[in-house]
Design a protein around this ligand. Sequence first.
Ligand SMILES: [Zn+2]
Length: 302
Amino acid sequence: MKKVYLGVGHGGKDSGAVGYIVEKDVNLQMALACKEYLEANGVEVKISRTSDIDKELTQRINECNEYNPDVAVDIHNNAGGGDGFEVYHTLGGGTGKILAQNIEEEIKAIGQNSRGLKTKRGNNGDYFGFIRCIKCPSIITETVFVDNKADASQADELHEQKTFGQAIAKGILKTLGVNSENKPVTESKPVQVVENTYSYKDFVGDVQKSCGAKVDRIAGSETLSKTVTVSRYKNNRHAVVKPIQRYLNVLGYTEVGYVDGIAGEKFEKAVNRYQKEVLHYKKTDGEITKGNNMWKSLLKLI
Ligand SMILES: [Zn+2]
């Protein structure tokens, strides 16, 4: 059985590049979709993380070498104002370069432009640790630029992230000489990422940041006064939607669904249950109103 190691760039405290989308989150969804696709086609996969946790590069490298796969891919997204996909392989070329070519081909096939195959030289050969220190052929993919609005918009929805992950998988399968016809059975189901590591303080900090309050991770009247009304109908794509979705998940209101930054029906459902159970509202309204009790409750100010 062929074996693949998937490194998921960043995670936990290290969010990676942040722009119109957050790199660590997008990397994870792409990698999970890639894993699912590879496994559906009979490949064994080890993935560096399946939730939003810290996993440093050195840990990924050690884990990968211990696993001893046929190939390894570290999944990232880019920043710096460029446009398009790029992939790094070793200065030595070989299977790593073929892998990079095969993935590039699949990425182009789904409509993303490519900046090409790249190498980077450092003092000890390859610059990137993931390529230099890993014993099997290894590459680093950079799918879109998170800080380029148009480029990022191609990967700001879950189904798009999955399509990119599957394209990476197809390139890997081609390199391994494995048939890539099988579609994962769970393909249409969104992957629910339960983030146990997201704390109350993280939430407060994210609310402060997204609402333009002073960021000290301590909630008070200033934070409350900067909050905005969020519902299916108001500010439903505001930057604060993501932290709310994340935090409601942690609190057990998992019906809020995937953390996609869009307040829709699921969001409303979770808010209604919270209002009923925590705030004992007789009539729920599905809205987190600026400065109101639900905000106070989430921020632990009542
Ligand atoms: Zn990265």
